[in-house]
Design a protein around this ligand. Structure first.
Ligand SMILES: Cc1ncc(COP(=O)(O)O)c(C=O)c1O
Length: 448
């Protein structure tokens, strides 16, 4: 009889980061399916019928090719180039030039498995332990947590309802050089309807960012345009990347997730030196992105996207309106953002001692989820303050990110009403401490 030896993993034997880096709250909350899901940024509007049509077209074309004994059909089911499918890269380059005034050709574009993969790769290529990465406070955790994993010091700059307070950039960079003896390696920004606050950088601030970063050749500007197509006003936004016509200083990242479907497909325009290394790194991660999925995306971006975007904008606008109205009406006293695009409202409860991380287990039990805001701040980073100081900083505990993309407007209203009511219940409870203890108990279950 063969006896199976079960090896118990010794924590000390695992890589150093495993214990140091917390699990993403978003993933943890994904394990629960409450009736009202306001947690992860899951699209709720996907042009499924359009994709059915595209898939049918591809299959019809393939059948025709097979009748002619053509071998080319096999390519759709095979390994492809690590940098991505040529046809898709050509279509995207053409669209980015015409639609967004980004000066690029197919050779500047890399396709990745989700834009999460390019967020990982850029950090993987840039960061040595102790290096500095600049970003806003709060910021998207998908970039920041990777930088932290690789040992970067995250220095956050203040943001307000218009996003990064860019007037502080020059001083922050100079103070980093003085205090840490290193020039920051990159500035990471989500300029259009960011994650988690939903803010969009005004033109004046975009100019400040460009004036501050472009002359400093050792700082890469990472422009994450994930929500650029999901805008609710009539303004046309021109990417920061437009100001880098030689393609040397700005990494421009986008994704199909919000504007098409979550095919796990991201696309980026990268300076040569970065592109070469990203392709090298991607070879280690997954060799290539699925050819079949790239084939579907090619057709969508060539023939269908322009008809779909206005429909997505209209649908998400109605959800944003429902969320903002409901937060205003039902949530307890606090402040919140009114996004002009994207998927998220950022809410700060007036009680600064309230812990939304502890509360979330209780909220899930009652049928509603959100992401506790602390996760959008580095766990061990620094803040450049409005008083021009660089200090160790932990995120506030009284914040939450509320995502309106998944549910229908009427469900959003009901869910926010429920969340508001249970928050007020805690506020009013005569046995406040006991009540909080119970919530803490639930938190234990939630953390399992
Ligand atoms: C700002 C931002 N960048 C990147 C991503 C990752 O997108 P993808 O689904 O392409 O990996 C997200 C996902 O929510 C995001 O919010």
């Amino acid at each position: 009889m063969v006896s199976k030896v079960v090896q118990k993993k010794d924590k000390n034997n695992l890589a150093e980061w495993v214990d140091r880096i917390p699990e993403s709250e978003i993933r943890r909350i994904l394990r629960f399916s409450p009736k009202y899901y306001f947690a992860g940024g899951k699209p709720g509007l996907i042009p499924v019928e359009t994709f059915h049509r595209i898939i049918t077209e591809i299959i019809t074309d393939e059948k025709e090719l097979l009748k002619q004994n053509s071998d080319s059909v096999i390519d759709n089911y095979n390994y492809g180039k690590t940098e991505g499918n040529d046809e898709l890269r050509e279509i995207l380059a053409d669209r980015l030039q015409k639609h967004d005034r980004v000066n690029c050709s197919k050779d500047d574009i890399v396709i990745t498995t989700g834009s999460q993969q390019i967020l990982y790769a850029i950090n993987d290529i840039l960061v040595r332990p102790g290096d500095i990465i600049l970003t806003t406070r709060p910021t998207y955790l998908g970039f920041m947590l990777v930088a932290e994993k690789l040992g970067a010091r995250i220095v956050t700059l203040p943001s307000d309802v218009d996003g990064l307070m860019a007037e502080h950039l020059d001083d922050a960079i100079e103070l980093c050089i003085k205090q840490f003896g290193r020039t920051p390696k990159a500035l990471y920004l989500v300029p259009y309807s960011d994650n988690p606050k939903g803010t969009t950088l005004p033109e004046k601030r975009k100019k400040m960012v460009l004036d501050s970063i472009l002359p400093r050749e050792d700082i890469l500007l990472v422009e994450d345009a994930a929500y650029k197509e999901i805008q609710f006003d009539d303004k046309k936004y021109v990417p920061l990347k437009e100001s880098d016509p030689e393609n040397e200083r700005v990494a421009y990242l986008s994704t199909t997730t919000k504007e098409a479907a979550s095919f796990r497909l991201g696309y980026s325009v990268l300076p040569d030196w970065l592109k070469e290394n990203v392709v090298k790194a991607k070879g280690f991660y997954d060799l290539c992105t699925s050819e079949w999925v790239q084939k579907i995306a090619s057709r969508y971006y060539e023939y269908y996207i322009d008809d779909q975007i206005p429909l997505l904008q209209e649908g998400y606008r109605a959800r944003r309106d429902a969320m903002v109205r409901a937060v205003e009406e039902y949530m307890p006293e606090g402040s919140f953002t009114r996004p002009t695009g994207g998927f998220f409202v950022w809410y700060e409860y007036q009680d600064v001692n309230f812990d939304t991380k502890k509360f979330v287990g209780y909220a899930i039990d009652k049928g509603v989820s959100y992401v506790p805001g602390y996760q959008f701040f580095p766990s061990n980073g620094y803040a450049f303050t409005e008083e021009s100081e660089l200090i160790p900083f932990k995120g506030p505990t009284n914040t939450m990110r509320l995502c309106y993309s998944l549910l229908k407007p009427e469900e959003i209203t009901e869910g926010i009403k429920l969340l508001g009511n249970i928050l007020k219940e805690v506020e009013k409870n005569s046995q406040k401490d006991k009540f909080r203890e119970e919530i803490l108990h639930d938190q234990g279950r939630y953390l399992v």
